[in-house]
Design a protein around this ligand. Structure first.
Ligand code: GDP
Ligand code: IMO
Ligand code: MG
Length: 430
């Protein structure tokens, strides 16, 4: 059984937790898009500190799982090495269980700087990126002649020849656009590349060939999406999106496997909505409800620590993500966070200029004008963090889940009732 996990909202839906759980029965876990802008939290046991993974697939916490970073990823080698070292310090050393695509693109120091300069220059109009250099790295990938791939680390002489003119070009652009920008030193970058090559060289391989072999051999594969469908470069709330295809549409291009290699596309959504960074968010509750959710759900970014914007579950968004991703099941996280609210609202449609809009309009201009139409359900006050079966949930919590299933026309097969591995309610026959 091969499964692809996809975020159905604006990221941080709890993908890391779901991947960690499903990786118990997987032979291989692959990250196929995004980069260190992702922050996937895994809490194995409530007594230990959570792991915050940015680039390593969430299967890395299990010894017998092969972890793969495929071609679609923008790889920040510095962050990856720091992550590898941090895990080793906690007793989880690599055991020949990580492979990285030679076709993945390297995030260079100048990409991170450019991300920062560009955001600073935009001021109030900024995207609110994670400043991890993701946009500039993917922009170089599209430009082609200025891109650096993992394969280049295996040919350092060739890389030196290519990198010097690239650095000259970046310096000229930075000097012209960003007064006060420090010049980039090509030698320092090349030293960094040599260090990366030494530590990562043996793991660099053709992961497309590897995945096709695994598929042919019937290995059980799990694909870990990053970000969420509404942050997808093509299908999300452009321009307030990330620079890769974060929806299920990114799976094939990002991994080299056809979509039919996946038996199920499992969508992950929170029982409410959150977003970090700027951009439209129709069901946002910039009030005491939003603050209640933020406090109770610890809604602060895993990568940047920024407070997340919070709001009601937006079924228009999630229905759209389900449609474009051919999602067959939903893992609904953070149901426990809603406990204590007298009533819970679900946005079931939008109204714009008096007209009903029921298909998600991803254009910013339209989204700025829509108003949510809400359905109000009774809340529940019980602590549900110890629930392990659907029947253990209070009637109003069960009703909320059932109503979401009806609106989404998709079964909810996993329900998160807390951050740790065991805090999950599984529903068979949903
Ligand atoms: P990801 O980016 O989709 O992997 O999600 P993040 O890790 O960035 O954010 C999800 C946060 O919610 C993390 O702090 C998780 O530990 C936590 N979490 C996941 N599922 C649940 C849940 O069901 N209940 C609660 N209370 N926390 C959860
Ligand atoms: P995970 O995988 C939430 C958001 C940023 C910003 C926009 C563009 O943990 O769900 P970027 O740095 O990618 O150019 O930023 O996308 N963003 C995320 N929001 N979760 C993420 O990843 C995100 N990755 C990027 O906040 O709004
Ligand atoms: Mg996250």
């Amino acid at each position: 059984m091969n499964t692809c996990i996809v975020g159905l909202q604006w990221g941080d839906e709890g993908k890391g937790k779901v991947v960690d759980l499903l990786s118990e029965s997987a032979d291989l876990v692959a990250r196929y898009s995004g980069g260190a802008n992702a922050g996937h939290t895994v809490l194995r046991d409530s007594r230990e500190k959570a792991f915050a993974l940015h680039l390593l697939p969430s299967g890395i916490l299990r010894d017998d799982v092969l972890c793969v970073i495929t071609n679609g990823v923008a790889l920040d080698a510095e962050t990856l090495l720091a992550e590898i070292d941090q895990l080793a310090a906690r007793g989880i050393g690599l055991k020949d269980n990580l492979r990285i695509s030679s076709r993945a693109h390297l995030v260079m120091d100048y990409h991170k700087r450019q991300d920062r300069y560009s955001e600073e220059a935009l001021g109030a109009d900024k995207i609110g990126t994670t400043v991890r250099g993701i946009g500039p790295c993917y922009a170089d990938k599209v430009t082609r002649t200025t891109a650096v791939r993992l394969a280049d680390l295996l040919d350092l002489e060739g890389l030196e020849k290519r990198l010097r003119p690239i650095v000259d070009q970046k310096n000229a652009i930075f000097a012209a656009l960003y007064p006060g920008a420090e010049p980039i030193d090509a030698d320092a970058i090349l030293d960094q590349c040599r260090r990366w090559a030494e530590r990562l060289g043996a793991m660099i391989t053709d992961t497309t060939a590897l995945l096709h072999r695994a598929w042919k051999d019937g290995r059980s594969m799990l694909f870990e999406g990053a970000q969420g469908t509404l942050l997808d470069l093509d299908h999300g709330t452009f321009p307030f999106v990330t620079s890769s295809n974060a929806s299920a549409c990114g799976f094939s291009a990002g991994s080299g496997l056809p979509a039919r290699a996946v038996d199920r596309f499992l969508g992950v959504a929170k029982a409410y909505s959150t977003r970090v960074g700027a951009g439209p968010f129709p069901s946002e509750q910039d009030n005491h409800i939003g603050q209640y959710i933020r406090d109770k759900g610890h809604e602060y970014g895993t990568t940047t620590g920024r407070p997340r914007r919070c709001g009601w579950f937006d079924a228009v968004c999630v229905r759209y993500s389900i449609q474009i991703g051919a999602i067959t099941e939903v893992a609904l996280q953070h149901l426990d966070t809603l406990a204590g609210l007298d009533e819970i609202k679900v946005c079931t449609g939008y109204r714009r200029r008096g007209e009903i809009v029921d298909f998600f309009p991803a254009e910013r201009q339209v989204l700025d004008e829509v108003e949510c139409r809400y359905e109000t359900l009774a809340g529940f006050s019980e602590d549900i963090t110890q629930a392990r079966r659907f029947e253990d949930l209070p009637a109003n919590a069960q009703n909320y889940v059932r109503r979401l299933e009806e609106i989404l026309e998709t079964p909810v097969t996993m329900i998160g009732v807390g951050p740790s591995r065991d805090q999950m309610v599984y529903r068979t026959g949903a």
